[in-house]
Design a binder for this molecule. Sequence first.
Ligand SMILES: O=C(O)CCC(=O)C(=O)O
Length: 191
Amino acid sequence: MTEQLALFADNSSASSAPEGLRYVADFISSEVERELIARITALPLQPFQFGQYQGKRRVASFGFRYDYTERRLREADSMPDWLGPVIEQVEAFGGPQTEIAQVLCTEYDTGVGIGWHRDKPQFDRILGLSLGSPCKFRFRRPAGDKWERFTLEAQPRSIYLLSGAARQVWEHSIPAVEAPRYSITLRTMRN
Ligand SMILES: O=C(O)CCC(=O)C(=O)O
């Protein structure tokens, strides 16, 4: 696995990465990637539901899920066994403050993305495994009457960690992907 903090300048459209963003390429092997994609596509994925609206991406939540109608976390199915080794590897990567309580598996078909947002305040650290195809993982934060922007080219088999300002201040989004992409987003709870 290759820590790419020093490579952001070559790997992005802006010069300075948000504080609190870590990115590592080749975090998992191609074999594990194939297995995880097979696991995700076998899940009963449902269109992402926020209130009365449906997103085009399809998801399955474990541990907890955020209910957009009630604006609170609800319990979700418990973590399936196949996520065990992934969670262990991700927790080791994140270090002592990283106890994963929630996992979201997402499928983005070609042409599907995710809009600007920050993750819900009930969660603390956000870690994401990218599978299947690359994406432009975009960040923005207000700077006067403009936005300061940063784009990370998230490669399949990579992981990112959002903590600090990257998590609390910057918003993120992914424009429509050019080929099917899958992600496993792992979240810790805020104390
Ligand atoms: O697919 C990803 O890596 C990002 C997912 C995300 O930002 C979210 O579900 O809130």
